[in-house]
Write a protein that binds this ligand. Structure first.
Ligand code: SF4
Length: 187
């Protein structure tokens, strides 16, 4: 004899993957899950190793043991697909601007951009050169670091400022949708 449903039972109707996506979508929007995602993004800022000009020397010093920016949760990595931060290290020529944009498009979402040095901000020494591209002409810059070159302390400060920005603005809705799509495919 078939047994009836007990009081309080949960009945699943329809497709399980649609149901799972809806549950994930509502969970991601709520605290503390949202806080955990933002905390994870803040302390997992991995800059791609793409040196565009001489400001890169200061970046190398910043991540070396003396300044040790890694202690803030930022670790340079070589593969664009495993990174979520691009630091434009000074001058961006037309040729390198294209490379920077292609690299940025391969990076994982949510992703961020820091423009380091006078050259990345407005061309610096080469402001009137035919071959210079400003970082914000090809990428959505989150933090600017003035100086020629900026000191490693300034770079460390920029990483902290970016973390503050992520904490105050949160992760963008479209990035959460990407996460949902990814989880939906796996469910
Ligand atoms: S800002 Fe100064 S150090 Fe940096 S790339 Fe330009 S000229 Fe070089």
């Amino acid at each position: 004899m078939e047994r009836g449903l007990e009081r309080g039972s949960v009945v699943f109707v329809g497709q399980i993957d649609v149901f799972v996506k809806k549950v994930i979508s509502s969970l991601i929007e709520r605290r503390p899950v949202k806080d955990i995602i933002e905390w994870g993004v803040m302390y997992s800022l991995w800059p791609v190793h793409l040196m565009t000009s001489c400001c890169g020397v200061e970046l190398a010093a910043g991540y070396a043991p003396r300044y040790d920016i890694e202690r803030y949760g930022s670790l340079p990595f070589v593969s664009p697909r495993q990174t979520n931060l691009i630091i434009i290290e000074g001058t961006l020529t037309r040729k390198m601007a294209r490379v920077a944009r292609i690299t940025w498009e391969q990076m994982a979402d949510p992703k961020f951009v820091i423009a380091m040095g006078a050259c990345a901000i407005d061309g610096g020494l080469f402001w009137n050169s035919f071959n210079i591209v400003r970082a914000n002409e090809v990428l959505p810059v989150d933090v600017y670091i003035p100086g020629c070159p900026p000191r490693p302390e300034a770079l460390a400060r920029a990483i902290l400022m970016l973390q503050d920005k992520i904490r105050s603005q949160g992760v963008k809705r479209e990035d959460i949708e990407l996460l949902e799509r990814y989880v939906g495919k796996r469910s």
